[in-house]
Design a protein around this ligand. Structure first.
Ligand SMILES: Cc1cc2nc3c(=O)[nH]c(=O)nc-3n(C[C@H](O)[C@H](O)[C@H](O)COP(=O)(O)OP(=O)(O)OC[C@H]3O[C@@H](n4cnc5c(N)ncnc54)[C@H](O)[C@@H]3O)c2cc1C
Length: 298
């Protein structure tokens, strides 16, 4: 079996950046990716908050990074990792690989509403990330769906950008902290729509309105330019729980941002417990995790 210096799990921005740094340090690197290179950013219509790049599609961002890493000789296999042993054996559905160090960059998936036309409207009025896409709705009308801290923070963030923000929540009370709800109550351009769920998305080539249903089954159409879905994210790290600590929400714990509880196993990007899940922080993590792995390699 080949002994790799570093195996990177996940070919999103964090994983590819880890590989970039490790390959430039002349390390033998294997990247294992369950689906396609690029991770979540592949779904971004436009990225306009990455320093130094005014505007780029998510696909071009991912492809540029992937090509940069491939040019350096990265080995990439499209296999899902299902288990990692403490001795740094990495197990996929069909194979076993061995490394001196492992970087977990498995990211997250945004929880979906699972209603008709949801995928069709992504980037055409529907977003899962206010920090990413809020600026596209300057002076426009938006809705946020959710009742946790993320939804409340998103609504606060958007209320400084959009002309009007509807906050739609399926219950009477928010799950998020009272201090955020209090801020929102005092915002003139925020309207709460409680005990309601989003039942349908309407429009032709872009989102024009949403229909909400209350607990009694009454429907109401709300004209919006954008809908931000903030009902949580789904990290998928349970299979690594023998080598890393995982918090209640499924994110990998790390004292300093990259080290996990197992020597030689690092975490980078959205998969870890962190404050801001963005490209800038994912690539930052990737570069630090790789540099640490190289420095501490035995
Ligand atoms: C629609 C959308 C728009 C966005 N727009 C912006 C934006 O404009 N600006 C911005 O800064 N951020 C944006 N983001 C957020 C940004 O994309 C993420 O913060 C970033 O992609 C995180 O990178 P990551 O590498 O940590 O994780 P991910 O991008 O989630 O990549 C993780 C990768 O790991 C793979 N993987 C997972 N588990 C396994 C396994 N067991 N085995 C093998 N592979 C595995 C996944 O298939 C995936 O390819 C957006 C996100 C979305 C969804």
């Amino acid at each position: 079996m080949i002994l790799y210096d570093i195996i990177v799990v996940g070919a999103g921005p964090a994983g590819l950046t880890s590989a970039l740094y490790a390959l430039r340090a002349n390390k033998r690197v294997l990247i294992l990716e369950a689906k396609a290179y690029g991770g979540q950013i592949l779904n971004a219509n436009k990225v306009e908050n990455y320093p130094g790049i005014e505007s780029i599609s998510g696909f071009d961002f991912a492809t540029n990074l992937y090509n940069q890493v491939k040019k350096l000789g990265a080995e990439i296999k499209f296999e899902m990792v299902v288990k990692i042993e403490e001795d740094k054996t990495v197990i996929t559905k069909n194979e076993k690989y061995k490394a001196k160090s492992i970087i977990l960059a498995t990211g997250v998936k945004n929880r979906k509403l699972n209603i008709d036309r949801e995928d069709e409207f992504v980037g055409k009025g529907l977003s899962y990330c206010a920090t990413c896409d809020g600026n596209f709705y300057k002076g426009k009308v938006v809705a946020v769906n959710g009742g946790g801290n993320t939804a409340l923070e998103d609504a606060i963030y958007l209320s400084d950008i959009a002309s009007k923000v509807y906050l739609i929540h399926r219950r009477e009370e928010f799950r998020g902290e009272d201090r955020y709800a209090s801020v929102l109550k005092n915002k003139k351009n925020v309207e709460f729509i409680l005990n309601c769920t989003v039942a349908s998305l309407n429009g032709n080539d872009k989102l024009k309105s949403i229909t909400v249903l209350d607990n009694l089954g009454n429907s109401r159409e709300i004209v919006v330019d954008g809908l931000f879905i903030a009902i949580g994210q789904e990290p998928n790290n349970g299979m690594f729980s023998n080598v890393v600590d995982i918090n209640d929400n499924g994110y990998i714990e790390s004292d300093d941002g990259v080290h996990t509880k197992t020597e030689g196993i690092y975490v980078a990007g959205d998969a870890r417990v962190k404050f801001l899940r963005q490209l800038t922080t994912a690539v930052g993590d990737g570069s630090i995790a790789a540099t640490m792995a190289i420095r501490e390699m035995k």
